[in-house]
Design a protein around this ligand. Structure first.
Ligand SMILES: O=C(O)CCC(=O)C(=O)O
Length: 283
């Protein structure tokens, strides 16, 4: 598997064709939709993220989304930032839920845990360790695996600004072995990932530039990884957020029910337990 990318296929034309949409998802493990989210709402979430970065002293008052550049993601108090971005309102807005229900074909539940990302350019430096290696969210999150990850850009992304790359059809092999990586760490602990050699030639890495209003949903077993921000001239911020959505009728595990700042306080449960290696009985 190499790091040359093909584009995500645009599934927007399939939205009103239940059978075709499900067939595509079953085959490829993702759904990429363009311009389906309310752009005003996406813009508000981006402004809230900016407001948080200004309030916490990482950008000067008067900074706009066009001029924003912070020194470091890791220097920002991530828990405090969660107080600024009203993502639950966004994810559960009627216009947003309508899209989820179209994709799922049934009522849904949006996870309370959301990850917010405000990554400055790291051009010329080593790949930041807080990025994710190739992994399956289903390795970290459960117990039920019928959720889909939802990945939403708050600002335009490009190949240079980065985002998330997914391995086409990689969900079809089910859960994979995750091994400790050296380069990727979270909360000071090495994170587990799927070695690149475990991918077949048919499991191409996909990545496309995205615009606010676009959204990518993918299967719990779709392998994916961060693409770093290496933008220069201009260097832009990568601003995105991601959560998980599942059928409303399904069991709700720890990650489904626990807001990110809460789970960050308790490393013995949920996703953090997998990252820190602390055993959990919750999931
Ligand atoms: O946004 C990223 O950099 C990675 C996203 C990711 O790994 C995830 O949503 O599980």
């Amino acid at each position: 598997m190499t790091d040359t990318f093909s584009d995500y296929a645009d599934c927007t034309p399939l939205l009103d064709d239940r059978e075709a949409l499900d067939r595509f998802y079953d085959e490829h493990g993702y759904v990429y939709l363009r311009g389906v989210m309310d752009r005003e709402l996406v813009r508000s979430a981006a402004e809230q993220m900016l407001e948080g970065l200004i309030a916490l002293g990482h950008a000067a008052p008067g900074t706009t989304l066009d001029t924003l550049a912070i020194e470091s993601f890791e220097a920002v108090d991530e828990v405090a930032m969660h107080g600024y971005v009203k993502y639950d309102e966004f994810w559960n807005h009627p216009s947003t839920v309508k899209v989820w229900e179209k994709v799922f074909g049934e009522p849904v539940f949006v996870f309370r845990s959301t990850t917010i990302r405000y990554y400055p350019s790291a051009a010329g430096s080593a790949e930041p360790s807080f990025l994710t290696p190739l992994h399956q969210d289903g390795f970290y999150i459960g117990p039920n695996k019928d959720f889909r990850t939802v990945w939403l850009p708050l600002m335009p992304t490009t190949r240079a600004i980065g985002g998330v790359a997914i391995a086409d059809g990689s969900h079809k092999k089910g859960p994979r072995e995750h091994v400790l990586t050296e380069n990727f760490r979270r909360f000071g602990h090495p994170v587990r990932g799927v070695p690149a050699r475990h991918f077949g030639p048919d499991e191409r890495l996909l990545f496309s530039p995205m615009e606010p209003g676009d959204v990518l949903l993918f299967h719990a077993f779709t392998c994916h990884k961060s693409i770093p921000n290496v933008s220069v001239n201009p260097a832009g911020m990568r601003m995105s957020m991601d959560t998980r959505v599942q059928p409303a009728a399904s069991h709700r595990g720890f990650n489904a029910l626990t807001p990110w700042p809460e789970s960050a306080k308790d490393a013995s449960k949920g996703i953090l337990s997998k990252i820190t290696g602390t055993p959990t009985t919750v999931e």
